[in-house]
Write a protein that binds this ligand. Structure first.
Ligand code: LMR
Length: 330
């Protein structure tokens, strides 16, 4: 009996170090919280396609959409624990690790997605990618989703219309302050819980991009969507710093190149996906889209403006100024 156990142990050690085992591919789990048909969903699938085409048998990328593997409350922790290797949280979900990324949550900061793109590609934006390395997170790129719209079961044209309503927000103190400035009640909540919260009336409204509203069917639970374009949802693709630095250099080079190409691919599609989803929402007839006049838009901007003063010490006025200056293309 003792001999048999000893033999099994020898065989087990042999199997663990056999050439077949040594050649096992590196597995990358890429987890995210949105649908495959969104800008982030498509970017993740394009990254998988490029990597597996270039490193066949060497690297396998498994994409887990829709909070299937981890919801946004857990994914940051899972990345540090090595349970997942790539995630792409919205820039509103990093406040625990850096206050700087809060700049992206300031209302009416960027005129459009092109301004955001210029800021992210500039020196300061690129610097923010590595600003969380001491915490174990390495940023590999920014992915766009798009501008946020405001939905509720009450028709909202001016800021006073939002007063007293409960809004689901991402876990961001800036977004909390933004809704408080409207005399509304913000509630931090994971993305996967929003549809049900809207349906059951736990919250009255939410803010999100056209593609997230459409793919999660939020419009089916909301009577009105006001086209405010008051903020942005964009992402940072992050990996575990130790995992990244521990990869063989040739593999890391191919992953980097594939990430850059998947970034360009996803960012090019983002605006079109959002506009197409806006049209699908309109055509569904399930909700009414409210367009604002210039004057109404200015009222929302003014009502949310106090948030800047509140967060300038945390974010840094220099960072806010740099972001603002990206609105001018010249
Ligand atoms: C949200 O929580 O509303 C978004 O950040 C979801 C996402 O990843 O786009």
């Amino acid at each position: 009996m003792r001999y048999a156990i000893a033999m099994m142990a020898v065989l087990a050690v042999g199997a663990a170090t056999s050439p077949a085992q040594a050649a096992d591919p590196i597995k990358i789990k890429f987890s995210h919280v949105v649908a495959d048909a969104t800008p982030k969903g498509k970017g993740a699938l394009e990254f998988k396609r490029l990597v597996e085409e270039r490193l066949p048998g060497k690297v396998v990328v498994e994409v887990y959409p829709n909070s299937q593997l981890f919801g946004d409350a857990k994914e940051m922790e899972a990345l540090l624990l090595g349970d997942v290797q790539f995630i792409a949280p919205s820039l509103s979900k990093f406040a625990k690790f850096t206050k700087k990324l809060q700049v992206f949550d300031l209302p009416f900061l960027f005129d459009d997605i092109n301004a955001i793109d210029r800021f992210q590609k500039g020196k300061i934006g690129q610097g923010l990618l590595t600003s969380m390395e001491s915490k174990g997170y390495t940023g590999l790129g920014y992915w766009h989703n798009g501008m946020k719209q405001l939905s509720a079961n009450r028709l909202m044209r001016v800021p006073e219309d939002a007063k007293g309503l409960k809004f689901r927000i991402q876990p961001s103190d800036v977004l909390e302050a933004q809704f408080k400035a409207l005399n509304a009640n913000p509630q931090k909540m994971a993305f996967a819980e929003v549809y049900q919260a809207l349906q059951t009336g736990t919250v009255d409204g939410q803010e999100n991009t056209w593609s997230n509203i459409y793919s999660q069917k939020f419009h089916e639970a909301q009577k009105y969507i006001t086209e405010t374009n008051h903020g942005v949802i964009d992402y940072m693709v992050v990996t575990n710093t130790k995992f990244w630095k521990g990869l063989p250099a040739d593999v890391r080079t191919v992953l980097s190149k594939s990430m850059d190409e998947a970034t360009a691919y996803s960012n090019k599609l983002a605006e079109d996906i959002n506009q197409a989803d806006k049209k699908k929402i309109m055509d569904s007839g399930k909700t009414q889209i409210i367009t604002l006049t210039k004057d109404q838009q200015a009222q929302w901007r003014k009502a949310m403006a106090p948030v800047y003063k509140q967060f300038a010490p945390d974010v840094g006025q220099d960072l806010i100024d740099a972001a603002l200056s990206s609105n001018k293309s010249s």
